[in-house]
Write a protein that binds this ligand. Structure first.
Ligand SMILES: C[S@@+](CC[C@H](N)C(=O)[O-])C[C@H]1O[C@@H](n2cnc3c(N)ncnc32)[C@H](O)[C@@H]1O
Length: 278
């Protein structure tokens, strides 16, 4: 009897990380919501972003399957979403067709926002998508483009993991089993470069019929470094929290939510929100 081996996709060397990232999201698009679509902080996230957006419109960078953009647009806000993965955007489009009051316009684009037009009261990039930029120059460019696309007093929100002690320990271990269930298992392999502040991730998922594997490089920053980049781009540091529920940021924080504002001549702000200065 012939035995069938599951298809295996090979990881690519660092220089081709973009291929790996694109393939990863196209490949898991149909499973994304089942795997990551149900975040316990989603209600806080939605309220936080809605509060800052004012009358809109809002721009989500790395919109994915619309986990955030679809319910946000359901509150009466127009949302434009950009993402480089056609697979993720196809899932978003199918969901939006079935959602009440969804108002999301999507563009295949990336953090560089090349050719993106409009004026936004809120530009947000959550779930550490900022770290998926292909280069440090792209991260800088994102903040500069955001500045150009914001209405006076408008905000940029970046939410990502904080590379604190627990994250560094995870990377130092080199491998992490993220799921074992009757359906399959999943693990990640890390190669961390502390000096360059990059982590090369190889992701492997084994389901009954299928073995999937992808790799990419994440370029992390600390909140302080992000503040410096935003200041250089002409934005003003406005708030920093460790959660969308506005828990204060401290050294033990696992994530950070950083908010920057485009100053307006009269000091007016596009949306609401409490202010916390460091
Ligand atoms: C972790 S998912 C987050 C999706 C969605 N924002 C959410 O919170 O559910 C990351 C998304 O970023 C997209 N992405 C990857 N590289 C990107 C880049 N350079 N610029 C913009 N988006 C990118 C992926 O295709 C994916 O849809």
């Amino acid at each position: 009897m012939a035995t069938q081996r599951p298809p295996v996709c090979r990881t690519k060397p660092d220089g081709q990380a973009r291929d790996g990232m694109n393939r990863f999201y196209d490949d898991i698009a149909a499973d994304y919501d089942r795997l990551w679509g149900d975040q316990e902080y989603a209600a806080d996230e939605l309220a936080f972003l809605r509060d800052l957006a004012g009358s809109g419109p809002a721009l989500e960078v790395g919109v994915g399957t619309g986990r955030v953009a679809i319910p946000l647009s359901g509150t009466g806000l127009r949302v434009v979403g950009v993402d480089p993965s056609p697979g993720m955007l196809a899932v978003l489009a199918a969901k939006a067709d079935n959602a009440e009051r969804a108002n999301v316009e999507v563009l295949v684009n990336d953090l560089r926002l090349t050719g993106v037009r409009g004026t936004y009261t809120l530009i947000y990039c959550v779930f550490h998508t900022f770290f998926y930029a292909d280069s440090r120059a792209d991260q800088k460019r994102f903040l500069e483009r955001a500045r150009d696309l914001l209405a006076p007093g408008g905000r940029v929100v970046v939410e990502a993991y904080h590379a604190g002690a627990s994250r560094l320990a995870r990377w130092a271990d080199g491998i992490r089993l993220t799921e074992v269930s009757p359906e399959g298992c999943e693990y990640e392999i890390y190669r961390h470069d502390g000096e360059a502040q990059t982590v090369h991730v190889t992701w492997v998922r084994c389901d009954r019929e299928r073995l999937r594997c992808s790799s990419w490089t994440e370029r992390y920053v600390t909140p302080g470094q992000l503040d410096d980049l935003a200041t250089q781009a002409g934005l003003v540091s406005d708030q920093r929290w460790s959660t969308f529920g506005r828990a204060p940021f401290d050294a033990n924080a696992r994530r950070f939510v950083a908010v920057y504002r485009l100053p307006s001549a009269g000091g007016a702000q596009a949306g609401g929100g409490r202010e916390q200065r460091r």
